[in-house]
Design a protein around this ligand. Structure first.
Ligand code: FES
Ligand code: FES
Length: 166
């Protein structure tokens, strides 16, 4: 664990990408920092650290949340999914593959947050208009693109998923 200050630590238990962890944290440590520096899951990116950019989005008990706005100690007992948990057996998740195919990333800094934020859209993404997808991902900021590739990638992800079951 990276030293980020002195203070009393509390042991918390959480499950990250299906693996149980017990870790000692100070009450003031952010979940984003504990994921990155405590567990080495640096795929969760930190942009603004105050809830604006969405780069730090992870799933907490199945719901997207900004890990920079949550204290690690609040995650006691939670089930957390990070971008590292998306690929399985060396194969990209259909949403990741769709981002690659549709050029939904440039520098990639925002990409983990977009992926985790868009996961819950997959069932309905294909039938959504561009405007509806843009609205749904309004909490994620990309500094590189005009969002077209990202929107296309999200809408096409269900088709990528279907290809795999043929
Ligand atoms: Fe969490 Fe920007 S780093 S919202
Ligand atoms: Fe660079 Fe989004 S791809 S910030």
């Amino acid at each position: 664990m990276r030293e980020v200050g002195r203070g009393e630590r509390t042991r918390i238990a959480l499950t990250v990408n299906g693996e149980p962890h017990e870790i000692e944290v100070e009450a003031r440590w952010l979940l984003s920092d504990v994921l990155r520096h405590g567990l080495g899951l640096t795929g969760t990116h930190v942009g603004c650290e105050h809830g604006v950019c969405g780069c730090c989005t992870v799933l907490i008990d199945g719901h997207p949340a900004r890990s920079c706005l949550m204290l690690a100690i609040q995650a006691e007992g939670a089930r957390i999914e990070t971008v590292e948990g998306l690929a399985q057996d060396g194969r990209l998740h259909p949403l990741q593959e769709s981002f690659v195919r549709s050029h939904g990333l440039q520098c990639g800094f925002c990409t983990p947050g977009f992926l985790m934020g868009a996961l819950s859209l997959l069932a309905e993404a294909e039938g959504m208009s561009d405007a509806e997808v843009r609205d749904a991902i309004g909490g994620q900021l990309c500094r590189c693109t005009g969002y077209k590739g990202i929107v296309d990638a999200i809408r096409r992800a269900p088709a990528v998923e279907r290809e795999r079951t043929r």
